[in-house]
Design a protein around this ligand. Structure first.
Ligand SMILES: [Zn+2]
Length: 447
């Protein structure tokens, strides 16, 4: 049993009121830095005093933590890997009786889930995080939000969206993991104005309506909050699936980026030019392969230190996602940096004749094209160590000519994989064997 009396005071941000920090989004860089430094040092003190994992880590590597005085000193701290989280109990910073919610996340793909323990403070923090994220996309208390993310089975996303919507005083429809027809009926029945869900699911709902001679564009839906899958390429242009969704629903699509471990959402504002960082909720770094910070605009791995978490606080968590930061002032007036779309997973990066490419970038070139039905990518290792990329594509219509696919890929991603045409049923069966987060499965790594 842990001795609760040894805990130091909680991190500084325990009052998660939107009013307190909302103005920070528009503050000058110096002001943001000042507040963030205070929150960072408080987070560090709390974590290092209470987390068995970090206590042991820093005892072993003998970093003089007294030297950590400002934000830039974060580079001296050790990175936390997804696989470290298997030692769940070692990360717990409070007594078990303080834990009110348990979330599950898969630590590495295909492995057993890891527990993330949340205090009531952490739930309030999640609610605040989503409240401001939704508000950033222009959602308010006049909206009715259809949440198509599971709120049960220990998922964090669904409960976070629900709590955020409630805190915003929107009207929330917990549609969860219902079928396309159930979501569609609810949209009509309750006059939903916003859908929160993965883009492929929004497409399925719309397509269901169209197949039943109804019109998604004629509903009250005005905003689509896209989770879990990209909607833009690295130059912030809408991917074909996203353009298709906007047309289908006559609505605007907004991207958000989040994960259970980082417990923060980066949502796009009205300008829709990347998700604004949340300085009061986390420190976001972009690191190269050697763990060094890159300049704004350069691509690297997203590493996040979530601030204000009390159940299982983390330091410099390696998300495995690749993106870059933008520092130019946003037209919405916010001064915070923005994060570009997630370009792919670090461990999914493919090497092709000196070029690096992500599987989702290849598929994104084709999705939305009338001739392309569905597809997925498989990668194997060649004898010389390079990657052999196979695109399995199901096409619409009778013609099975693939030259147009090669042309598009050569022009857009400079990669032409081996292409195998398969029938629609096989493609759908493979792609829609939803993983636990109900995302499509479009990449199979056999390296
Ligand atoms: Zn903005």
């Amino acid at each position: 049993m842990k001795n609760t009396t040894s805990f130091v005071s909680l991190p500084a941000i325990t009052d998660f009121s939107a009013k307190k920090f909302a103005s920070l989004q528009f503050a000058e860089a110096d002001e943001i830095k000042k507040i963030q430094t205070k929150l960072f040092l408080s987070h560090l003190k709390f974590t290092l005093n209470n987390s068995p994992f970090y206590k042991k880590l820093y005892k072993d590597i003998k970093i003089n933590l007294k030297q950590i005085k400002q934000l830039s000193d974060i580079k001296h701290l050790t990175l936390t890997q997804k696989s470290d989280l298997f030692l769940t109990k070692e990360f717990l910073c409070v007594d078990n009786k303080e834990i009110v919610d348990v979330c599950l996340t898969s630590a590495t793909s295909g492995s057993m889930p890891t527990i993330i323990s949340l205090t009531s403070n952490d739930l309030s923090r999640l609610a605040y995080n989503e409240e401001l994220a939704f508000a950033m996309a222009g959602i308010n208390d006049n909206d009715t939000m259809l949440i198509c993310a599971a709120i049960d089975r220990c998922f964090m996303a669904g409960i976070a969206y629900f709590l955020g919507g409630v805190k915003l005083k929107a009207r929330v429809l917990r549609s969860g993991s219902g079928s396309a027809s159930q979501h569609w009926e609810l949209i009509k029945l309750a006059d939903a104005t916003v859908i929160v869900g993965v883009p492929s699911l929004m497409y399925k709902i719309g397509q269901y309506a169209i197949d039943n001679n109804e019109a998604p564009a004629a509903t009250h839906i005005k905003k689509l909050i896209a989770i879990g899958e990209p909607t833009k390429d690295e130059n912030l242009n809408l991917l074909p699936i996203a353009s298709e969704l906007e047309k289908m629903w006559s609505a605007k699509i907004y991207s958000t980026y989040a994960s259970s471990e980082i417990a923060t959402t980066f949502c796009e504002c009205s300008a829709r030019r990347g998700g604004h960082l949340r300085p009061e909720l986390n420190i976001t770094e972009i690191l190269d392969n050697d763990g060094n910070p890159v300049k704004d605009g350069e691509k690297g791995e997203v590493v996040v230190t979530p601030l204000g978490v009390t159940g299982m606080p983390l330091i410099r968590f390696k998300t495995g996602d690749i993106s870059y930061l933008m520092n130019e002032k946003c037209s919405c007036g916010r001064t915070t940096k923005r994060i570009a779309p997630i370009l792919g997973r670090k461990n999914q990066m493919l090497k092709y004749k000196g070029t690096t490419v992500f599987p989702n970038a290849i598929l994104a070139c084709l999705e939305g094209d009338q001739r392309f039905h569905n597809g997925y990518i498989e990668v194997k290792k060649n004898k010389d160590g390079t990657d052999h990329i196979l695109l399995y594509a199901a096409l619409c219509g009778e013609k099975h000519d693939t030259s147009w696919i090669s042309e598009i890929l050569r022009a857009k991603v400079r990669v032409v994989p081996e292409i195998k045409i398969i029938d629609k049923e096989k493609a759908d069966k493979q792609v829609y064997q939803f993983d636990k987060k109900r995302k499509r499965m479009t990449f199979f790594d056999l390296r």
